[in-house]
Design a protein around this ligand. Structure first.
Ligand code: ATP
Length: 332
């Protein structure tokens, strides 16, 4: 069952979460997110799982087969960030998890004092299909667009847009024939669901995101376009460190800040924990615990309004000072 934010109404009560802290700043920001969750009194059982660079150094593999069984025995994943091992044969753990667990919708809200929009990105196909032919003088990556996956991502986006203003379908069908199918499928779903919608070329969307971001509400797009315009959006709202995401399927979900492992600032105690904390709020919403999710979001807002910020936002607070401030607002 899904509500208007693409969430599963799993009901309240005890939940088991696989927590993958990962590498770089992953452990710091997830520690903050867990402290905030703890302060809400949510009934959560943490199942820690080591996946990532350190495991790869030790075993040659960033994730083992049995890790998938551990993950599947829990309700969802809260994920920090993984540093990509320097191995040409390495294939991304995150891409594997998205495919294995069929986490087909990547939902990325972008919020600051002036802006509030959501990018919904198809997460399993497009140019990230993994279908590639590599040769010395010519290489190909196959861009796969299916009606099934376009339809289900459009459904998720329409669920979100129904309780908001409008849907923007972002595509490049003037050049890419494969986008005809994506565009027409999204259009059909939006019409059927009665969702006000518009269509926009991805290059126009990128420009408009920079010059008139307030015009957007819910954007739906294919995998690579979603990946790229999300980072543009993160820059527009102020910092990658502020932004959260949910990777959602019909039965399982993975919640993660959109930033990577940021090795340049790992261990300095200055990483912005808000993306991870907001990801935890999205997780609670997916569990159907809307009140807890709203309380966390409010506490984040209040703390930001008071200028409690890490250096990426121009502040001089540490990760733990920001975390403490948010917890204090939660308890107030
Ligand atoms: P990866 O390959 O793991 O995605 P990356 O270096 O390409 O890593 P990020 O890790 O997202 O990408 O980092 C991009 C930049 O943003 C870095 O300069 C990093 O310090 C900064 N950054 C990312 N996340 C945060 C955060 N939570 N707080 C402060 N700065 C951050």
């Amino acid at each position: 069952m899904e509500d208007s934010r693409g969430s599963k109404k799993a009901g309240g009560g005890h939940k088991r979460i696989t927590v993958i802290i990962g590498d770089g700043i992953g452990p710091e920001v997830i520690e903050s997110a867990l402290a905030v969750l703890d302060a809400t009194g949510a009934d959560l059982e943490i199942v820690p799982l080591e996946i990532g660079y350190k495991k790869w150094m030790r075993t040659g593999l960033a994730m083992l087969e049995e890790d998938l069984d551990t993950i599947k025995s829990t309700d969802c994943i809260l994920f920090g960030a993984i540093t990509t091992p320097p191995d040409p044969n390495y294939s991304s753990v995150l891409l594997r998890l998205r495919k294995e667990l069929d986490l087909y919708a990547n939902i990325r809200p972008f919020i600051n004092e002036k802006l509030d929009f959501i990018i919904v990105r198809e997460n399993t196909e497009g140019l990230y299909s993994g279908v590639e032919e590599l040769a010395k003088d010519e290489s190909r990556t196959v861009r796969i667009i299916t009606r099934r996956n376009s339809k289900r991502i459009a459904e998720i986006a329409c669920n979100l847009a129904l309780s908001r203003r409008r849907l923007t379908i972002v595509h490049k069908s003037n050049v890419l024939k494969s986008d005809h199918l994506f565009l027409s499928t999204c259009r059909e779903v939006a019409k059927m669901r009665g969702v006000p919608h518009e269509e926009m070329l991805v290059d126009t969307a990128a420009y408009n995101l920079v010059v008139r971001p307030e015009r957007f509400d819910v954007l739906v797009t294919t995998n690579l376009f979603g990946d790229i315009i999300s980072d543009v959006a993160a820059g527009i709202v102020g910092s990658l460190g502020l932004c959260a995401s949910a990777n959602i399927g019909d039965r399982f979900a993975l919640f993660e800040p959109i930033h990577g492992s940021a090795p340049d600032i790992a261990g300095l105690g200055i990483s912005n924990p808000i993306g991870a904390i907001r990801s935890a709020a999205m997780m609670m919403k997916w569990f159907g615990e809307n009140e807890i999710a709203i309380r966390i979001e409010e506490a984040v807002k209040q703390s930001l309004n008071r200028g409690i910020m890490t250096p990426d936002l121009g502040g001089n607070c540490s990760t733990s000072e920001v975390t403490k401030a948010i917890i204090n607002h939660l308890r107030a």
